[in-house]
Ligand binder design. Structure first.
Ligand code: NAD
Length: 245
């Protein structure tokens, strides 16, 4: 196991499950001090610093970043990963549901970035990786608010990348296809025929299987690593060919 992140301090949101759990675990295995934020931090990887956070809350996210800075005086890596889904079409989506999706998926990414950036800029180095989705690059039925929120994450990623290009701070996002995380497990369990629903999701992906959380985490860690020093503003699909079809 390499130690690309030895001596680095990382913050991961949504670290108690799925993709965020894997990001936190892989960062830890590669030497980082990991501050792991989640609504329910009981499930974050052992060895990380658990912090209860609701990423839609400005006060809570500022506290999360301060926890990282308080540990080591720095924050080198930020993974804005926490997100929630919506399966509504544009007519049935309520205003409350629309706002709730944007509060977590978009405001959460903005807040993490807003509070981490001053520390990164002062140090002249830092990497931010946001978890967007193929749903931010392609239209999906019954995902109106979700698609719009992930499109916003991709646009915000590019704006931040351009704003700070050349400062040593980079900002990229991963765009996962359908990944077999607890989230997708819950979606399938709620379907009238879970097996048929799983087969339909698999059929959307040219490689013929769902992704694994650790596969998305590996791509995110690459974007955060020094190997990606020339990469900023990228929306990196990790999707089994979904967008190439
Ligand atoms: P998951 O539900 O397994 O894990 C998400 C974690 O985020 C949970 O631990 C949850 O408690 C936490 N969380 C939710 N709301 C939060 C909030 N307000 N504040 C702090 N933590 C919060 O989901 P996952 O599949 O690992 O998804 C992680 C990210 O990946 C999300 O942004 C999601 O949109 C994105 N994504 C997932 C898929 C997929 O197929 N699973 C595909 C594309 C993108």
């Amino acid at each position: 196991m390499s130690a690309r992140f030895e001596g680095r301090t990382a913050v991961v949101t949504g670290a108690a499950s799925g993709i965020g759990f894997e990001m936190a675990a892989q960062l830890l295995a590669e030497g980082a001090l990991v501050v792991a934020g989640d609504l329910d931090p009981a499930g974050v990887p052992e060895g990380t610093v658990p912090v209860e956070v609701d990423v839609s809350s400005s006060v809570a996210v500022e506290r999360l970043v301060q926890t990282a800075v308080g540990q080591t005086g720095r924050i080198d890596l930020l993974f804005n990963n926490a997100g929630i889904g919506s399966t509504a079409d544009p007519v049935s989506c309520t205003v409350e549901e629309w706002d709730a999706i944007f509060a977590v998926n978009v405001r959460g990414v903005f807040l993490g970035t807003k509070f981490a950036l001053p520390h990164m800029l002062a140090a002249g180095r830092g990497a931010i990786v946001n978890t967007a989705s193929v749903a931010g690059l392609a239209g999906l039925a019954d995902r109106a608010a979700y698609c719009a929120s992930k499109g916003a994450v991709i646009s915000f990623t590019k704006a931040v990348a351009v704003q700070y290009a050349g400062t040593g701070v980079r900002c990229n996002c991963v765009c996962p296809g359908t990944v077999d995380s607890p989230w997708v497990g819950r979606l399938l369990d709620a379907a009238p025929d879970p097996d048929a629903a799983r087969s339909a999701l698999i059929a959307r992906q040219p490689v013929g299987r769902l992704g694994r959380p650790e596969e998305v985490a590996k791509a995110a860690l690459f974007l955060a690593s020094d190997d990606a020093d020339f990469v900023t503003g990228a929306a990196f699909a990790v999707d089994g060919g979904f967008l190439a079809r």
